[in-house]
Design a protein around this ligand. Structure first.
Ligand SMILES: Cc1ncc(COP(=O)(O)O)c(C=O)c1O
Length: 344
C-alpha cells in the first residue's frame, strides 16, 4: 500500500507549499520517463521525456488531481459539505472533482454544458460511478455555467448546506499552487537524473496548470522554460489569465518573485476549435501509441504534442533541445463514443 492511502479512510492531510493545507490524492511523485523514439518521431534529436501526470493517483489520473489536493483541502478547512463545479459534458476537471470529492466524503454537484446524448460514455461513466449529481445546461457559454453554479449554491445554502464552488478547471491561484509543486518536483527528478531540460511543454485550457508551472519556475529561479499549447483558442486573453494566476499563486505563497512577461509562452494548437479532433491530432494519438505505447487524449494532450513538430520546424524549439512533455491526462474521453469515432 502506498503511504497516505489507508483503505476506507479520508485522504491524509499534509502541509503543502508555504504551509498551505493539502490533501494527499496520490498526485505527488508521478514518473518522469524517457521516450526517445517518440522524441525522434516528433523531430527532436535531443532527449525527450514525459512527466506522467496521467498517472496522478485518483480516478483515471490527470492534472486536476494536483490542483484539487489544495482546493478540496481548502473546502474542508472552511467547513464545506458540498462541492460544486462546472465544465463541458466530458470535462476531466468535473470528473476528477466528482472522484476526489467522493474520496473526501463530500457530496459533489456538476454543472455540465452540452447534450449528454451526443457525448455519452467516457468521463460521464465515472461521474456516475462517483455518485455526482449532474445538472445539464444547454450551450457552452462559460458565464451561463458559472451563473448556474452560483444559483445551485444559493439553493443549497437555503437548505442549510455549506457549498464550496470551484471555478472552471480549478484554475484559481490556490489550484495553480498544485502545479508550482509539480514544477519543483520535476526539477528534483531532473537534477537526480543529471538532466538539464530546456523546455517543459503542456496543454493549456483554463490556464491554471501553466500558471502554476510558471510560478514554480519563478520560485526556483531556474529550470526549463514553460511552453503552453492553447487548445481552446484563448489567445491573448488566455495569456493574461495565465500571467494573473501565476502572480496570484506567488502572492499566496508569500513570494516576492515576479514572472517576467516573456515567461508566459503560449502557442495556438486548438485546430478547428476546443474539443474538436483534426487530422494532426488524430495522427498524434496513433503515432504516440506506436512509438512509445503512450495513450494521449483527444482534447488536450494529443493537440499539445501535435504542436511539437511545427515548433521544431520553425526553430522555436531547437531540434537538439531537451524537452519534457507534461502528460496532463484526460484519457477517459477516449471512451466516449463520439471521440472514439473521431479518432478512428
Ligand atoms: C487532460 C487535460 N489537460 C490539460 C488541461 C488544461 O489545464 P488547465 O485548464 O489548467 O489549463 C485540462 C483541463 O482543462 C485537462 O483536462
Amino acid at each position: 500500500m502506498e503511504a497516505g492511502h489507508a483503505t476506507g479512510s479520508a485522504p491524509a492531510r499534509r502541509e503543502g507549499l508555504a504551509g498551505l493545507a493539502k490533501l494527499d490524492f496520490g498526485a505527488d511523485g508521478t514518473p518522469l520517463q524517457a521516450k526517445p523514439a517518440l522524441g525522434a518521431a516528433l523531430g527532436l534529436s535531443g532527449p525527450f521525456f514525459v512527466k506522467r501526470d496521467d498517472r496522478a493517483g485518483m480516478g483515471m489520473g490527470g492534472n486536476k488531481t494536483r490542483k484539487l489536493q489544495y482546493v478540496v483541502a481548502d473546502a474542508l478547512e472552511g467547513g464545506a459539505d458540498v462541492l460544486i463545479t462546472c465544465g463541458a459534458v466530458q470535462s476531466n476537471h468535473a470528473c476528477l472533482t466528482a472522484v476526489c470529492g467522493a474520496a473526501a466524503g463530500l457530496e459533489v454537484h456538476l454543472v455540465l454544458a452540452g447534450d449528454p446524448s451526443q457525448m455519452r460514455g467516457g468521463n460521464l461513466v465515472v461521474d456516475g460511478l462517483a455518485a455526482a449529481r449532474l445538472h445539464f445546461v444547454a450551450g457552452d457559454a462559460w458565464d451561463v455555467l458559472v451563473a448556474e453554479s452560483e444559483r445551485l449554491a444559493e439553493d443549497l445554502r437555503r437548505e442549510g448546506r455549506r457549498p464550496y464552488v470551484i471555478p472552471v478547471g480549478a484554475s484559481t491561484p490556490l489550484g495553480a499552487v498544485g502545479y508550482a509543486d509539480a514544477y519543483l518536483e520535476l526539477l528534483g527528478q531532473l537534477d537526480a537524473a543529471g538532466v538539464t531540460a530546456d523546455w517543459l511543454v503542456t496543454a493549456c485550457g483554463s490556464g491554471g496548470t501553466q500558471a502554476g508551472l510558471v510560478a514554480g519556475r519563478a520560485l526556483a529561479g531556474r529550470g526549463p522554460r514553460v511552453l503552453g499549447v492553447d487548445v481552446s483558442k484563448g489567445g491573448g486573453e488566455l495569456r493574461d489569465v495565465v500571467a494573473a494566476l501565476a502572480a496570484g499563486s506567488l502572492e499566496l505563497l508569500g513570494s516576492d518573485a515576479a514572472v517576467p512577461p516573456d515567461d508566459v509562452v503560449l502557442v495556438d494548437g486548438a485546430g478547428p476549435g476546443y474539443g474538436q479532433v483534426f487530422p494532426e491530432s488524430r495522427e498524434m494519438v496513433h503515432s504516440a501509441l506506436r512509438a512509445a505505447g503512450l495513450l494521449l487524449d483527444p482534447v488536450y494532450t494529443s493537440k499539445a504534442m501535435a504542436a511539437l513538430p511545427g515548433l521544431v520546424g520553425a526553430g522555436r524549439i531547437a531540434a537538439g533541445d531537451t524537452v519534457v512533455f507534461l502528460h496532463t491526462g484526460g484519457l477517459a474521453a477516449l471512451f466516449a463514443p463520439a471521440y472514439e469515432e473521431a479518432l478512428r
